[in-house]
Design a protein around this ligand. Structure first.
Ligand code: TLP
Length: 346
């Protein structure tokens, strides 16, 4: 039976035999008590990579973001971010639920906004208003089509945030993809943020895990909230070993995923009934729209699914595809063939 080409997300990857081997041979201890040597090694490496004092291993990107938000806000505070950000759409309302924060949502192309947008959104210091506290940037930007932020734009936002005493958090679930596009090391981005999250379970192909980076005081607070949110784990070295393996083996290859996404986008752009600008695809995520009089995104995804290609319908006429290390260039050719057959049949 032919294998399904699963482009729903880069979270669908399965650990390779070599990664599993690294996991089963990892040295472990009780991480809640702070003595898992593999977790300690991973945290030290992440702190170094991001140029921060400390790092904390957590079960998910959502927990990395939410421990960082909880650590830097008070109930009644407002978070300034883009209306398409993951923390707003896909984390179960956690900023309100866990930290009591409201959100000031900005607009802008590809999930990005400017320093001017931030400045205009900052509340006056007056007890009528929620207190502007934290700016959150997502890089690469998921709903923005995997867009990569320029360092200049981040630097300008940092300038405004500092002027107004706001803190900055980077949702860097896919910061590795941003680095692969820009050629910059993670620390170049991280220098403008008080807290940074990064995931091992997206493009890097680990089964579980993320990290949050910042100064000692922030990470101490995140540690407390990780426990409070139920994320304290015991012999977590088996998972941290997968993350270390991913850092050693799966960072340099991300460019392949970007090339595959570009190839897929160019072919989709030539197909009838589908709309996508291939030039807008910078990393491993792409979105395309269907002509409304053609068929719904769900209908197309169901048809593709039956033919062995999986994508996500994320709106009535909008589909997302994500490339990753379990999808080869040949798989992309095969997927293009299958989709072409479907859209040309009607
Ligand atoms: N994104 C998932 C879904 O939740 C949409 C995906 O398939 O893309 N930040 C960003 C930018 C993300 O894309 C994600 C996951 C997270 C945070 C959350 O990571 P997890 O799923 O580990 O909590």
């Amino acid at each position: 039976m032919p294998q399904t080409i699963d482009l729903r997300s880069d979270t669908v990857t399965k650990p390779s035999t070599a990664m599993l081997e690294a996991m089963t041979t990892a040295e472990v201890g009780d991480d809640v008590l702070g003595d898992d040597p593999t977790v300690i090694k991973l945290q030290e490496r992440m702190a170094r990579l991001f140029g921060k004092e400390a790092a904390l291993y957590v079960p998910s990107g959502s927990m990395a973001n939410q421990t960082a938000i909880k650590s830097q806000t008070e109930s009644g505070d407002e978070i300034i971010t883009h209306q398409d950000n993951h923390i707003y759409h896909y984390e179960g309302g956690a900023p309100a639920g866990l930290s009591g924060c409201s959100m000031r949502l900005l607009t802008g192309d590809n999930g990005q906004f400017t320093a001017k947008d931030v400045e205009a959104a900052i509340r006056p210091t007056d007890s009528h208003f929620p207190q502007s506290r934290l700016v959150v940037i997502e890089n690469t930007h998921n709903r923005g089509g995997g867009s990569v932020w320029s360092l200049d734009r981040i630097r300008e936002i940092h300038g405004v945030a500092r002027e107004h005493d706001l803190r900055l958090h980077l949702d860097g679930a896919r910061i590795w993809n941003a680095c692969a596009v820009s050629g910059l090391p993670p620390a170049d981005y991280a220098q403008y943020f008080d807290s940074v999250s990064a995931c091992f379970s997206k493009g890097l192909g680990a089964p579980v895990g993320s990290a949050v980076m910042g100064d000692h005081d922030l990470i101490r607070r995140c540690h407390r909230y990780r426990k409070m949110f139920g994320g304290g784990m015991r012999q977590t070295g088996i998972l941290a070993a997968a993350a270390l393996f991913a850092l050693d083996n799966n960072v340099d290859r991300l460019k392949t995923d970007h090339a595959n996404a570009g190839k897929l986008a160019r072919s989709l752009g030539e197909m009838p009934h589908l709309r996508i600008d291939p030039k807008s695809v910078e990393s491993n995520i792409l979105y395309f729209d269907l002509d409304a009089n053609y068929m719904s995104a769900k209908e197309l995804c169901d048809k593709m699914d039956s033919a062995g290609v999986r994508m996500l319908a994320i709106g009535p006429y909008r589909v997302r595809a994500v490339t990753h290390l379990d999808v080869s260039s040949n798989d992309i050719d095969h997927a293009i063939e299958i989709i072409g057959r479907i859209v040309r049949a009607r």
